[in-house]
Design a protein around this ligand. Structure first.
Ligand SMILES: *Cc1c(COP(=O)(O)O)cnc(C)c1O
Length: 607
């Protein structure tokens, strides 16, 4: 679903504050009221927000730079017309049913969910009496039908509810609203959208009223409203919303990573048969958006499976090498070794290239090995999660491209943090999963394929059934369905995580991860602990720290100590050294990492 915010107005009753600024930019608790609204819409899964602007439109254009989901369109005649004229101007950008909101509202996010979750297509949200001094009353008819709207109580047979300023509008209703407006705009250019809503609510396109008696909201039209909003309404909204927050546990293990509450809540959705067209559309959207994160959408095909990241690895290794192919697998950690174990099970013709678990790969030796051994394929882990060592994958793959060697990359713990362009970086196949840097739930695995490389495997032997890459791809292209039951709710969460990743951007996400890592490294240095991998080869996402020599050190004690404060840490199982591992991927804030660093210090000082 989309959203349209009507934000053209002058806000003249707040004159001192809105002379050089739109009403929506009045701040409460340091955030513009329209930005509160935008964040709530995004958290509710809205992936396109259209703002009809007018007065001081540049403010909204700047907001659109911060939130990539926003599109703005200006009503140049804003001083002379009403809100319906602004909605009319937004029409070219609207291509789905939408939530229609006013820009000067603060509200409890529950109102959005109530409208989204209602079967009926056209609904206006209403509340009981607010005594705000600028009420718009609603007359509710039989079966909750919207009968009339007015600011004057005596114009209505009953004034049983107040209009909030949030509605759900179908494309069909929008059409009849525009028809009505076309007929009347000459005589009534200042028509408000709510008047039009009430006028067109009829038999074949009924508009319903959803009333929440004690709903917390306020429209801010004058200074008195603003005072009420600050003193009374906003605290109520914040308190109400805090009741839905999920206990915060920061996962410092290397995946599954910490998720936002909005990603968690995205899993609460209506039951749906995944063979429905609607769900096919959601999967298509997910695949296309994931593709666009690693290259040009038209060159990259994303193939989805139900499974963890290893399923994506297994799909690649079992599907991408012909019987006469020869695969070199780079092994410098547990995940490289896992690729080899998979190749062994499928009796792929392969050799292992061993490299140090904490020192960089010697690229020249690797190159000679590839050429001398006449290898046709290489498989390598982008970010070796066992140690936090980042492998020089683009450099190796560019070399392989020159020699026609197909490149297969496990980017499970690199994707969505390290910026990757499969065309530029010469990667043919690449595996990842929903539960690491994309910050969604476990259960969906995906393989990114360069289109041409994917075409090339179509006649390769089918070594397994469930995980065959070509069959899965073909089936989806033909039917928009996975061959077998997809993890439905996990995919809804993934959809939400993609929206949030696009807003943060992969570059900024990596910058946030890096900032967290810096805090950790600072503390590790202060404690005179040693790290396994030299700084400049670290991924900045996972840090393997050598365990202290103190006989009092015990990982389980350390784990329990950290967990008391809401942090989960992970042991570092590698053969070369005893380590513990701290991952800083997921929805983790720098201040949370600082908090963990204090806990780390406290434990180390105690022992
Ligand atoms: C997490 C991870 C995987 C997948 O592991 P699962 O247990 O299947 O989720 C594969 N490769 C790397 C490099 C990883 O970090």
């Amino acid at each position: 679903m989309q959203a349209v915010i009507l934000a053209a107005g002058l806000g003249s009753r707040l004159e001192d504050k809105t002379k050089y600024m739109p009403k929506g930019f009045i701040e409460l608790n340091g955030i513009a009221i329209v930005e509160w609204s935008v964040q709530k819409l995004i958290n509710a899964g809205i992936d396109k927000i259209i703002i009809g602007t007018g007065h001081c439109s540049n403010f909204y254009d700047d907001l659109a730079k911060k939130y990539s989901v926003i599109r703005t369109i200006k009503n140049y005649d804003y001083a002379n017309v009403g809100s319906m004229a602004t909605l009319d101007i937004c029409v070219d950008l609207i291509d789905d049913d939408f939530l229609l909101l006013e820009s000067d509202l603060i509200y409890d996010k529950a109102g959005l969910n109530v409208l989204i979750n209602d079967r009926r297509s056209n609904i206006v949200l209403a509340s009981g009496a607010t005594c705000s001094g600028d009420e718009v009353y609603i007359e509710i008819g039989k079966n909750d039908l919207l009968k009339n709207i007015s600011k004057k109580k005596d114009e209505l047979a009953n004034a049983g509810a107040e209009l909030v300023g949030i509605s759900k509008v179908s494309l069909k209703l929008l059409k009849s609203m525009r028809l009505f407006f076309d007929k009347n705009k000459k005589d009534f250019p200042k028509l408000d959208y709510e008047k039009v809503l009430a006028s067109v609510s009829t038999g074949d396109c009924p508009v319903f009223v959803k009333k929440i008696q004690y709903y917390a909201w306020r429209e801010i039209d004058d200074n008195n409203h603003l005072e009420m909003a600050k003193k009374e309404i906003l605290p109520r909204i914040i308190e109400n919303e805090s009741l839905y927050s999920v206990e915060r546990e920061v996962l410092l293990n290397p995946g599954p990573a910490t998720t936002t509450d909005s990603v968690k809540y995205a899993q609460i959705c209506p039951d749906i048969c995944p063979r429905e067209k609607k769900f096919g559309g959601i999967m298509r959207w997910i695949c296309d958006e994931l593709s666009a994160m690693v290259g040009k959408k038209e060159n990259i095909k994303t193939v989805l499976f139900g499974g963890s990241g290893t399923a994506a690895d297994e799909a690649m290794i079992s599907s991408c090498i012909p019987d006469d192919g020869k695969l070199l697998i780079v092994n410098n950690g547990a995940y490289g070794l896992r690729l080899a174990k998979i190749a062994e099970v499928y009796k792929i013709n392969f050799e292992i290239y061993e490299s140090s678990g904490f020192l960089p790969i010697d690229i020249e030796t690797l190159k000679s090995k590839l050429i001398d051994g006449k290898f046709t394929h290489i498989a390598i882990v982008y970010h070796e999660t066992t140690t936090g060592l980042l492998n020089p994958v683009p450099e190796i793959c560019r070399f392989c491209r020159e020699y026609g060697i197909v490149t297969i990359v496990d980017a499970v713990s690199a994707f969505a943090a390290i910026p990757i362009d499969m065309d530029r970086d010469c990667i043919d196949f690449m595996a990842s999963t929903s539960n690491k840097n994309i910050q969604a739930m476990a259960g969906a695995a995906f393989v990114f394929c360069r289109k041409q490389a994917l075409e090339n495997i179509k006649n390769y032997p089918m070594r397994n059934y469930y995980l065959n890459l070509w069959s899965q791809y073909l089936h989806f292209e033909k039917s928009k369905q996975m061959r077998f039951t997809p993890p439905v709710q996990t995919l809804y969460a993934l959809r939400q995580a993609i929206i949030e990743t696009k807003i943060e951007t992969i570059e900024k996400r990596y910058a946030r991860y890096s900032a967290c890592w810096k805090e950790l490294v600072k503390t590790v240095d202060e404690l005179k602990l040693k790290m396994l991998v030299p700084l400049k080869h670290q991924s900045k996402m996972i840090t393997a720290v050598l365990e202290p020599k103190s006989p009092k050190y015990n990982f389980d004690d350390f784990h329990d100590f950290a967990q008391k404060s809401g942090f989960t840490i992970y042991p570092g199982k590698i053969s070369q050294a005893d380590t513990f591992r701290i991952a800083n991927i997921g929805d983790i804030k720098v201040w949370e990492m600082q908090e963990f660093c204090r806990i780390l210090k406290k434990y180390m000082e105690e022992i």
